[in-house]
Structures are given as C-alpha cells and as structure tokens.
Design a protein around this ligand. Structure first.
Ligand code: NAD
Length: 295
C-alpha cells in the first residue's frame, strides 16, 4: 500500500520503519528537513510538502505534536486536503484535543476524505518494537480497513473506542492515570527515604502487590537513579493535561487530581526541566522536602 507519513520525530521515525518492514511504500514529510534523512535512508521517499504526500498516497498518517500542528498539516496551505483524492483515508495518530479531531474530520468529510483519530501509548520503545497500544475513534468500517495491514504493523493492539475523537478521549484518560501514578510513586518513595527506609527495598517489596504498576516498573528505576532523560517529556505531558482539563470542563467533569499534577509539571517547566522525562516529578518532592530519592 502507498502510505504517506507526516511528522518524523521521536515516534514517527520508528513507526515509518515498521511500515517499511511490513512491505509498504512510504512517502514522508517533516517541516524539519533533517528529520527525514534517517527514514529516507531506510527506503522511504521524501515529499516536497504535505500536499505532495497526499497526492501520492492511499492512506496518510499524521504524527505531530498537538491540535494546531494537525490543523496546519491537514487543513493548512499546501496541506493534505489540497492534495487529497476522494476516498483518501487520514489516520491522525498524534495526541490532540478530541474536539480538534472532530473539527478536522468534519472539514475532511466535506471533501470526501475519511479521517479517524488513533493516538498511541507505549512511548519510543513501543514505537521501535511495534508494540504500541492504539486507541481509535471514527467510522468503524474505516478502522477495519486499516487495522490489520497498517495499525497492527505499528502496534500490538488497536481498539475501536467510539466515534471520531473517542481515541483522543481515551488517550487523555491514559495520560491522567500515568501522571497521577508517577506522582504517587515519587511521594511514597520520598516518605520512605525520609523515614529511613531504602526506596529501592520499598520498590522490591511492593512491586508484585496491588500498588505495583507498569508506571512503577518503568519509572521507579529512573527515580532511584535520578536519571530523567526522556522518554516522554514534561512539556508534552503538560500539553495532554491541558487538553484533559479543557475537555473535562467542556463536559462538566471536574479533574482535581489533574489540576494538581498540572501545577506540579508547570513548576518543573518554570525550573527549566520541561525537556526532562515525566519521572522528574520526583524533583517536586525533593524541592518540598530537601530529600532526593536517588541520593
Ligand atoms: P516530536 O516533537 O519528536 O515530533 C513531531 C514532529 O512533527 C517533528 O519532527 C516536527 O518537525 C513535525 N511537525 C510539526 N508540525 C508539522 C507539520 N505541520 N508538517 C510536518 N511535520 C510537522 O514528537 P513525538 O514525541 O514524536 O510525538 C508525536 C505525538 O505522539 C505527540 O502528540 C505526542 O504527545 C504523542 N506521543 C508521544 C510519545 C513519546 O513517548 N514521545 C508517546 C505517546 C504519544
């Protein structure tokens, strides 16, 4: 299949490589030209712009940071819609606001172009290993058309969650659970350290019990070493929590824990740690208590 891929950052590059391995033809574009080099060497063809990608593709995937970038890539000047033939399928895999997915899909539908939202969880390792968890919103028939040959070549699972935007609503739920869970681990380990119990031993003692989680497995070792290299950056998590708060308020849902986490992450950004992994939430507890989990 001829697949266009737009946005070749941390996630996009390995996803393209997995689609190439599956035997697809890839036409790629990124506004940062140097980001195309790696995947072109792996066999993808570089396009001139997003319109050019659409002109050559049956399916176009977007993997860019946030709602304005998706709007620019699809609806903007020299964007996907300018080059799209009727029947083109767009799969937006970026994590964006569900309302933005609905707006972009409505504009696409006017031109006979189909769009689904399909954000992912699993991070860079999941993108490299082709084991991403993919959460999908939109027309179920379109989802079925691309599930086996496209989505499951990049992911270990792809679940249809509802109408357009439902994939991103699911992703927001995911991001709330991850943020609160990281903070809970950091708070608990700091208490243990203050009370004179080695946090490494706390981790070993509780990881198999009810408090254990994938977040604890992935992030506790980072906190114990004081290694906050990304991974998933604080700046991107702030973007997701912002989308969660806006969406929640729009539907009359209060998010007190999310609001608290937002302020903690904003503090980290103000202190210059926006580019660090979200496990650097441990720094907040260091700031409050004067005790580092890692020392
Ligand atoms: P990134 O910043 O590394 O890459 C995004 C790329 O999009 C950049 O190369 C940028 O130049 C390009 N881009 C932006 N606007 C564009 C446009 N109009 N046209 C063409 N290219 C454009 O981000 P990432 O980490 O790869 O994340 C992408 C999305 O996936 C985000 O929504 C993020 O929240 C989500 N996500 C990331 C992770 C992770 O661990 N990094 C995990 C799950 C989901």
């Amino acid at each position: 299949m001829k697949i266009g891929f737009i946005g070749l950052g941390i996630m996009g590059k390995p996803m393209v490589k997995n689609l190439l391995k599956a035997g697809h033809e890839l036409i790629v574009y990124d506004i940062a030209e140097e980001n195309m080099k790696d995947v072109v060497e792996a066999g993808a063809v570089a396009a001139k712009n997003n319109k050019d990608v659409a002109e050559q593709s049956e399916v176009v995937i977007t993997m860019v940071p946030n709602s304005p970038h998706v709007k620019e890539a699809i609806l903007g000047e020299n964007g996907v819609l300018e080059g799209a033939k009727e029947g083109l399928i767009i799969i937006d895999m970026s994590s964006i606001a569900p309302l933005a997915s609905q707006e972009v899909e409505a504009a696409c539908a006017k031109q006979g172009v189909k769009m689904i939202d399909a954000p992912v969880s699993g991070g860079e390792p999941g993108a490299i290993n082709g084991t991403l968890s993919i959460m999908v919103g939109g027309d179920k028939d379109v989802f079925e058309q691309v599930k086996e040959d496209v989505l499951l070549k990049m992911g270990g699972s792809a679940v249809h969650c509802g109408d357009i935007g439902a994939g991103n609503t699911t992703k927001l739920a995911n991001q709330i659970i991850v943020a609160v869970n990281i903070a809970a681990v950091a708070e608990a380990f700091t208490l243990a350290k203050k009370a004179g119990v080695d946090p490494e031993l706390v981790f070993q003692a509780i990881r198999g019990g009810l408090a254990g989680s994938q977040v604890m497995e992935d992030k506790a070792p980072m906190m114990l070493k004081g290694n906050f290299a990304p991974g998933f950056r604080i700046d991107l998590h702030i973007k997701d929590l912002n989308n969660a708060i806006e969406t929640g308020h729009g539907f009359g849902s209060a998010l007190p824990l999310t609001a608290q986490l937002m302020e903690m992450m904003q503090t980290l950004r103000a202190d210059g740690f926006g580019q660090e992994d979200h496990s650097s939430l441990a720094r907040i507890y260091e700031k409050i208590t004067g005790t580092s989990i890692a020392d």
